[in-house]
Design a protein around this ligand. Structure first.
Ligand SMILES: Cc1cc2nc3c(=O)[nH]c(=O)nc-3n(C[C@H](O)[C@H](O)[C@H](O)COP(=O)(O)OP(=O)(O)OC[C@H]3O[C@@H](n4cnc5c(N)ncnc54)[C@H](O)[C@@H]3O)c2cc1C
Length: 298
């Protein structure tokens, strides 16, 4: 048990993380903490002894939690304290880290703010978008970010402008210990009806091309420079490949699926087998985009 007398949020022990991930696999967190607000998060981080590992998760659309679970404290920011979305002067949007990307896109569209419609296509929350430089349909988080704020492992507030975020493809160089709590985005003037029509097109395109109703983690591997991961995976004969109850999607072969009873070990082993076969056939080493956290069982 950890001693946090002034903590106002929710704490639970030995708590299954699988329900908090799209893949629905993985072991428990020693402690799962949902702080009430930013002050509560700062208190939690400063009060936890420095040797206690801290991991943050968003809505789990780009992670595999390994079957042995995650040691230390896993922080999940809830919608109540961290989910607000506001529009502001000069076509800006301010969003909490727990706000769903799609909600941010919707709020921007309703206010006639263009430039954020691409977020309609990313099923994560803003904290994950900042960490992953999420992008789709010609837009990326780095195109619209003004500033991100958060807290370091010691509970000190930190701020990063776009340059300090060190964005590259599906990556930010912000220090690994930073937990983002909010972001400010710059949009541009637009027509609500046109933005909403673009969002509807994005939605339809994804329905047609991605297994978005399955237990998946989105794109498994980053596209290598000048290439497409799915084409290499297809060329290596991996479409539909199965390990345990994990399968390479038939619809989009850079997506892995939990068909129902897969373990995290099945999914990770399938991913590694795909990497091995792609290296053998194309000489390309695919890099994982999905974050794998925690320990294998046993
Ligand atoms: C069907 C499907 C389609 C997808 N399509 C796309 C796509 O088109 N484009 C795209 O970019 N991604 C896509 N993804 C991947 C995923 O949605 C994005 O990477 C998203 O940004 C992850 O957000 P999340 O809240 O789910 O983060 P999680 O998956 O929970 O975490 C991802 C990483 O972000 C970190 N993180 C989460 N919250 C915070 C925080 N508050 N502070 C600091 N770090 C944090 C975690 O520690 C972890 O390293 C797709 C996923 C699925 C399942």
């Amino acid at each position: 048990m950890i001693d946090l007398p002034a903590f106002r949020g929710r704490l639970s022990y030995d708590t299954a993380l699988a329900p908090y991930t799209w893949f629905r696999v993985g072991g428990p967190a020693d402690v799962l903490a949902s702080p009430a607000d930013e002050d509560d998060l700062a208190y939690l981080l400063s009060a936890l002894p420095a040797e206690v590992p801290v991991t943050v998760v968003g809505v789990g659309s780009n992670i595999i939690v390994r079957d042995g679970g995650v040691r230390g404290v896993v922080i999940r920011l809830g919608g109540r304290g961290f989910g607000a979305v506001e529009t502001a002067a000069d076509h800006r949007v301010i969003a909490g880290a727990a706000a769903l990307d799609a909600s941010v896109a919707k709020a921007a569209a309703e206010a006639g703010i263009d430039g954020l419609a691409f977020l309609r296509g990313v099923p994560g929350a803003i904290g994950g978008a900042l960490r992953m430089n999420a992008g789709a349909h010609g837009g990326e988080t780095r195109d619209v970010l003004i500033e991100a704020q958060g807290f370091d492992r010691a509970g000190r507030r930190v701020r990063f402008d776009k340059a300090a975020m060190g964005f590259s493809y599906r990556h930010s160089q912000a220090p690994d210990d930073v937990i983002f709590t909010r972001a400010e985005f710059q949009g541009r003037p637009g027509e609500r009806a046109e933005i909403e029509a673009e969002m509807a097109r994005i939605s339809a395109a994804r329905e047609a091309s991605q297994p978005i109703r399955e237990k998946t983690g989105g794109s498994t591997f980053k596209n290598p420079p000048g290439g497409k991961a799915w084409q290499l995976i297809d060329a290596a004969g991996c479409r539909g490949l199965v390990v345990g109850d994990a399968q390479v999607s038939q619809m989009h072969c850079n997506f892995l699926l939990n068909r129902g009873a897969a373990t995290a070990a099945d999914i990770e082993a399938l991913g590694e087998e795909v990497r091995r076969r792609v290296l053998e056939t194309s000489g390309v080493t695919l890099e994982w985009e999905i974050k794998r956290i925690g320990y294998a069982r046993g």
